[in-house]
Design a binder for this molecule. Sequence first.
Ligand code: GLU
Ligand code: MG
Length: 453
Amino acid sequence: MRTDLPTGPLEELVDRFGIETVLLATVDVQGRLKGKEHDARTLAERLRSGALSPEMCGYVLGTDLGMTPPSSGPFSWQSGFGDVALLPDVENPRVLPWLPATALVLADPVSGGGPHPLAPGTVLAEQLHRLVRLGPVPLVGIESEFVLYEGTARDAAAAGWRRLRPAVGDNSDYALDQPFVVREFGRRLRQVLAGADLPVEAVKGESGHGQVEVTFPYGQAMDACEQHVLFKHAAKTIAEEQGLTASFMAAPSTGVGSGMHLHVSLHDCDGPLLAADPVHGIELSELGGHAVAGLLTVLPDLAPLWAPYVNSYKRLQPHSFAPARLAWGRDNRTCAVRVVGHGRSLRLEVRLPGADANPMLALAAVLAGIRHGIAEKLTPPPAATGDAYRWLDAPLVPRSLEEALGRFEASALAGELLGESVVAHLARVARLDLDHHAACVTDAEVERGLAQA
Ligand code: GLU
Ligand code: MG
């Protein structure tokens, strides 16, 4: 090992925790970690001495869930599939206690000497920057649901994805007498995340069979999203280790929906901005009203960012606790935007995103909506009271990816808020999912039509 260079944080971490493997990874469009495994000491030394300029095939920024590239654009076959350069965050390596002797270095894709404009982290950073330039700084807490199934994903594949058995056979909303496997899963998840400096606020049983909800303390927008990506990686890894599958599909079965609710508060140097009375109040300030109005205006146009797949829209059903109308209300869980808390903690719970969304893109859409509402001083419609699924004044959320994508591609507002190239890029990726499903005959079609058609 060379000794003429100062030791960096990665080497310190490697020594302190006996790290053998380092994952050098970035976040793909789907919100997954993608990268390579490296020998820890070799990577640390090569990064420190500048001997390594990490790269990865750029298509990871443009493929669908199954790694299929789009038919046009910078990540298509026409591109020749060149590499994208990565800028590793060497100052902030992190131990991943859910993998043996492993640490992570996150890396940002770069192009032309700056952040790659189509990387999810860049899309979020841009929206964050634009909002902050207007004044408000957001703090974000993420609440994520998923369903635990017995058996690993390989077991499910071997069984033709049929007869999946949720790890709990009842509605276990708030249940504290969960089966042993679920309790053990929750305990191990909390333990490893705390070991990675990602403390969980709470783990709770949810209403879907086998459904679990994990909440995280609020923090800076980018940190909250990066942490969520790691949490998902941990949850899937631990589930597999325990002979389970953790599914983050938005609608893993008929009648079950998993959401990723984004809690957002706004602040400036004088304090919180959402409450009219920042000490105890539950009423929104004028700026808070603009933010709500912006969300309701913009989010339907940006739906592929918070509901990216054909399946995502099957979650948005009446009386499911996932929103079906673009309504807002005070502490009202039937709304798309729930104003919750009071005074300093008054925040907007945006309930539209599904558990399947990339948190960076979903939050980018939310911040774009808030900024638009504030910049245009939009006025929110009257708050919904009672059952917002029957609040007929409020428009329905997009009913399918096809509808959402058509709207997204035609939306001048989407182009203005995100930039035309980001819209075109995300639309190309979403269209891959649409095209995939357009050609698939589903079990439901066969069940309904085989004998009756
Ligand atoms: N499962 C619901 C959803 O998909 C949310 C339930 C809850 O209120 O936590 O958004
Ligand atoms: Mg929940």
